[in-house]
Design a protein around this ligand. Structure first.
Ligand code: GLN
Length: 483
């Protein structure tokens, strides 16, 4: 049963081939058996899962239907879950039980999903390798010596290892698309404002966006349907109608205009990844797409701008963790300053502390204009580049990552080397655009992803292109050895 996609599960439940409780028990047993090798879960919520599965079975028995009714999923451990530890993979929140559910969690629960657990991640979603978790690194199911990507590495590894059909994740600079690429999954970062951020522990509020990680575009459509929509509790949520994402999956690609940014294919890109990206373009051309070269001239400034803006926002967001109101408090503080200093010094890991320092520096009087303001101006230029490009194309296509999944520990002494891995993903966050990564092949047994970007609120177009591609390719159906 663990090989079933969300769409297949929906059919199986509707046809009474199995119950949600049977499926849930089978997957929980699989998680307990296999996850110790991968470390993709921080908490497994057996009791909650069984009770939600029984409730979903009862709703079906009473005549209700719905694609997500009884579907088992996992939530990245930065979505607040009432009464359940919500740690953000930090010692700071190791003892934190959220008093309420995030909007994403409550919407999906209403749709009938079953929460099997909370997935591992980089501490406070800062990272591209899932090595900075307080609960230890996550291993890539395709090769245990390699990272699964981050920060949503737990959600990705769990889905890739067939412990779950799908999971929620978040993307501030690539944390859905990059782990999707490195574990051979489909992952979608929606338009900023499409999915509510309420109850999602904030990293960089102007960049954070939640979305689905699954094996297929079809499953991403189902999960996104349950997550998207206006939420008055999130002031940046946008009140746009949510289209039926499954309905447009099969639309023809005849005449679809694909733009290939020339800046994407220069030095720094592994040529074996470039070859697979070109092969995916050929497949899409066979389906009727037309390809043209475009230019995104300010792309080279994206990493420096992002690594000022994201830490700046993080330094402000993480000031709430002071040892008084939430989470970790140091032992025997001698006074208030000691309490603050030691609670934060002992509760946050090294990368989080680095970001807070960089961010506080960039925002400080005297440096604000030189760093933060400059970065905001670059952000606007990057957005303008995209707006100009989308005047004559429908989607942008390129690699999701410049390199294959690297070995665990390989970049530990060089944070900037890890930051550079985000070069293709962070521009979509800076501009607020939707982006998707889909499996496009393997090099040395390690997965490669192709990224698609579209204009605002065109998630349906991304899912459509990926779905049509997945009908003529089988990369997304392959499973890692032993899973
Ligand atoms: N790797 C990026 C960072 O460390 C993005 C992380 C994310 O998207 N949450 O900030």
């Amino acid at each position: 049963m663990h090989q079933l996609t969300l769409a297949e599960i929906a059919r199986g439940l509707a046809d009474k081939k199995f119950s949600s409780e049977e499926l849930t028990r089978a997957l929980l047993a699989r998680i307990h058996q296999l996850d110790p090798q991968i470390n993709s879960f921080i908490s497994v919520t057996d009791e909650l899962a069984i009770s939600q599965a029984r409730a979903a079975d009862a709703r079906r028995a009473a005549g209700e239907s719905g694609a997500l009714l009884g579907a088992p999923i996992g939530h990245k451990d930065l979505f607040c879950t009432q009464g359940i530890r919500t740690s953000c993979a930090s010692k700071m929140l190791d003892n934190f039980k959220a008093p309420y559910d995030a909007t994403v969690v409550s919407k999906l629960a209403e749709a009938g999903t079953v929460t099997l657990g909370k997935t591992n991640m980089d501490e406070f979603a800062m990272g591209s390798a899932n090595e900075s978790s307080y609960y230890g690194p996550v291993k890539n199911p395709w090769n245990f010596e390699h990272v699964p990507g981050g920060s949503s590495g737990g959600s990705a590894a769990a889905v890739a290892a067939r412990l779950l059909p799908a999971a929620t994740a978040t993307d501030t600079g690539g944390s859905i698309r990059q782990p999707a690429a490195l574990t051979s999954l489909t992952g979608l970062k929606p338009t900023y404002g499409r999915v509510s951020r309420w109850g999602m522990i904030a990293y960089a509020s102007s960049l954070d966006q939640a979305g689905p990680l699954a094996r297929t575009a079809e499953d991403c459509a189902l999960l996104l349907q349950g997550m998207a929509g206006f939420d008055a509790k999130d002031s940046t949520s946008i009140d746009e109608p949510v289209p039926d994402y499954s309905a447009s999956l099969n639309a023809s690609l005849e005449g679809l205009r694909i733009g290939l940014p020339k800046e994407y294919f220069g030095a720094g890109l592994d040529p074996r990844i470039a070859d697979l990206v070109q092969a995916s373009v050929k497949e899409l051309e066979k389906l009727g797409a037309v390809v043209k070269e475009i230019s995104l001239p300010n792309m080279q400034h994206a990493i420096p701008a992002y690594y000022v803006i994201a830490p700046a926002e993080a330094s402000s967001n993480l000031s709430r963790f002071d040892g008084v109101r939430f989470g970790y408090r140091c032992e025997n503080p001698v006074d208030l300053t000691d309490l603050y200093k030691r609670s934060r010094g002992e509760g946050f890991g090294a990368e989080v502390q680095r970001r807070i320092m960089v961010g506080a520096y960039a925002l400080s009087a005297g440096y604000y204009d030189a760093y933060y303001l400059q970065a905001q101006k670059i952000r606007r230029l990057i957005k303008n580049d995209f707006m100009a490009a989308f005047n004559d194309i429908d989607v942008i296509l390129g690699p999701t990552t410049p390199n294959l999944a690297w070995k665990i520990g390989a970049k530990n002494n060089d944070p900037v080397a890890e930051y550079l891995e985000d070069v293709y993903t962070i521009t979509a966050n800076l501009a607020g655009l939707p982006g998707l990564s889909m499996p496009a092949g393997f090099v040395d047994g390690l997965p490669v992803g192709v990224q698609l970007l579209a204009p605002y609120f065109h998630e349906g177009r991304l899912l459509n292109v990926a779905h049509r591609y997945q009908q003529v390719t089988d990369w997304h159906t392959r499973a890692p050895n032993g899973f």
